[in-house]
Design a protein around this ligand. Sequence first.
Ligand code: ADP
Ligand code: MG
Length: 905
Amino acid sequence: MTASLDAFSTPMMRQYAGLKREYPDAILFFRCGDFYETYAEDAEEAGRLLNIIVTRKGMGKDGDVAMAGVPYHAAEGYIAKLVRAGKRVAVAEQTEDPKQAKGLVRREVMRVVTPGTATDEALLEDKANNYLVALCPIKAKGSSTPVWGVAVADVSTGFFALSETSADDAQGRLLNELERLEAKEILLPDDAEAPFLEPLFLERNLTVSNRPRDDFRPEPARQLLLDHFRVQSLEGYGAEDLTAGIAAAGALLRYLKQTQRSAIAHIADLRVHFAQGSMVLDAVTQRSLELVRGLQHESREGTLLSVIDRTQTPMGGRMMRAWLLQPLCNQSDIESRLEAVGDFVDHLNLRTVVGEALRGVRDLERIVGRASIGNAGPRDLGTLREGLRRLPALKQALASSKSNLLKDLSSRIDPLDDLADTLAEALVEEPPTTLSGGQVIREGFSPDLDEIKFTARNSKDWIAQFRAREAQRVGAEKLKVGFNKVFGYYIELTKAQLRAIGGEPPEGYIRKQTIANGERFITQELKEKEDIILHAEDRIAALEAQLFDELRRRVADRAVDVLRDAEIVAQIDCLRSLAETAISGRYVRPQINDDGLIEILDGRHPVLEAIQTDPPFVANDVMLSPDDCQVALITGPNMAGKSTYIRQAALLTLMAHMGSFVPARSANIALVDRIFTRVGAHDALVRGQSTFLVEMTETANILRNATSRSLVILDEIGRGTSTYDGLSIAWAVCEYLYNTPGQRAKTLFATHYHELTALEAAMPRLRNFHVAVLEEKQRIVFLYKLIPGPADESYGIHAAEFAGVPAPVVHRAWEILGRLEAGEAVAPRVGEVGEESEAKAMTAKKKASILPKADPWSDRQLSLFDTAPPNPAVERLKLVDPNRLTPLEALAVLAELKKISETRN
Ligand code: ADP
Ligand code: MG
């Protein structure tokens, strides 16, 4: 490209080449009149990605280059398309009036739009942040592993944070963070290697921008931060010693300044260690629990977020997402959120008033972001004004709340009256999206503007009067006065009208143009007035633009204050949203304990319950405790509901940690430091690794990092390899989690390896459970009820029988099973199947009955038992440990027993 740029030799093409050299890695949009043009390789690329025609343009003595152009008024759409495809676009504007320019019009790149720095609405998702991340590995002397500096910004909302990590698993942590953030663009020093990022590139559209290593030099980076935040040291932020973090943040800030070409004053706060104080959810867990993205498809459908998010503002939506991916781990923080949610749940009136106020608040963060960058439009400021107007109501509604958190939020709301008043005085009631000839500024705000408008309006009246006067004078009633860009105002007479007045133009008419059906004229008088009118309109446009710009600056000056309010509004929105969800889903407030107990009565899977109607969802209990049931081993046939059950336990635990109510009859949930999952075989193939290898990598991560305070969800580990391999691994993993001091994580282990159920005999803290199924005539009925005890292992043979496998095969299978269970050798059989062996097989079958070993205590299934089943009330009682129950829980159990007794009679 650089070589061919030298061949650009007309003055304009030389100007182009100069700009292109400054932005070699961007597609350069070069403004020419009413078009943005792209040339050479840029044009080929734009042509392909935008599906527009590529032509040729002369570039000087050496011939021509490819050219593709888009009309300026449609440019945003085209830019958005390129950026969504992961490209950067540099936009060069004409920065002087072509009419006034001597020779070549001056042009400058006014902004660079990239995936991670977009601020335009068309490029942003309302309820998701648009993160740009800078990574900077720095090797300390004498150390073999680098310290990774990380900086994160969302220029559309003003978020800016830095952090660093030198942990052994630094790369894994970075991946987790990038997954959580769904970063759109990553900045790396051009000499850094980061192959560990590859899975991210494969899984989603992510732009990597290599920046000069110089941008990451710690000292200049620090200076840039000091200058930007106007401080003497970074100590106040707690960032002074984070050299690698500072390096990353400096490079990121420099990039923002280059791309935005503005002061980005709304980036006014620097946060450090942005993920601290929250539970760690590794990338695998985020995905496999389908928190914000589905496993099968990328969409948000069927995710926990889609079920619980009822926020009404975009910043609330973004915060809800952040809460979900960064659950709290401090008990009192969780309790204050729960208390606030509870307050909303209990008070319909509060919910309604706050809901109404929130409905009028739009994306304060992004509006202020656009105002700071200089591309907020009139409608943006109108929307901001509407938002500010709602703040007093919000403040007042929450002032007397019982929740300390809500009271505190209320007291921190600053309605910014002065700004709201200015906007109210300056802007018309419903401002248009763009500046347009005098439609934006309210009458009475600027005497100058009003005066020019008055003149202009008068002149228009004058034109109407002039027309009427001329029509009468000339004697052509339908005489027209029109306007076009070439001659300005003119009088038009049709041929018929001309004939009617004698064929000659009236006195004083100067002929300007002959058209198909008549002639156009001007008069001295008309031209004089035209001058005033046109001038007035230009002046109106110029003055309005100037006034609006001042207004925009006023907003930008208050960016920090508006952002503070926006953050408070987002919190209120989230808390209220959690209450709405709790009410419509009949959720309960969880108790939080620090004793390692997870006791959920009649828990439900929040997503499945919301989307599945048939069969109706069956609730289940979870009872985990460090001394009694640290590991729950769940067996049961395929499709019985094992995976659903263990995910449900994880989801409810997570929800409680974010301060949400949970779908259950009651829940007492232990504080956990991490939730780990190894769930199902998700589509690991895109990563180019075998499923089994991925499974083992994930398992390794769990075993290395789990603590006694963690919750571990293991689903069918070992499935990806041969039976004995898989069983051996599953067995050893189970023992490890059970035995290793300090790592005895609460574990829910779903497995199809029936052999593992033998562990219970030797491990008092491990309990067997299974999901009940019933054999009914020729089919299996799934009851979805979790019951103590191991599943029947011979289910497979029953299934084979139902599926129509010939009787001799089924009989022989029973026989082999019987021998294997008895530890006898099985000899291959050759010859016909005899009567005698069939009888033996039937005895084996009877021994291994498929009926559940305990009665599910749900009312729905009871009628399915026609033989005398064990008494469900008794079974339920067996699970109760009176020493552990709070009085309230005891009452709940009593109520439950009562219910069981009623359904049985
Ligand atoms: P498994 O892991 O044992 O093979 P899953 O947990 O994947 O079984 O469940 C299979 C299907 O059974 C689910 O897709 C769901 O439709 C249904 N299911 C699971 N649990 C329940 C439940 N508690 N109530 C109602 N339906 C359920
Ligand atoms: Mg499963």
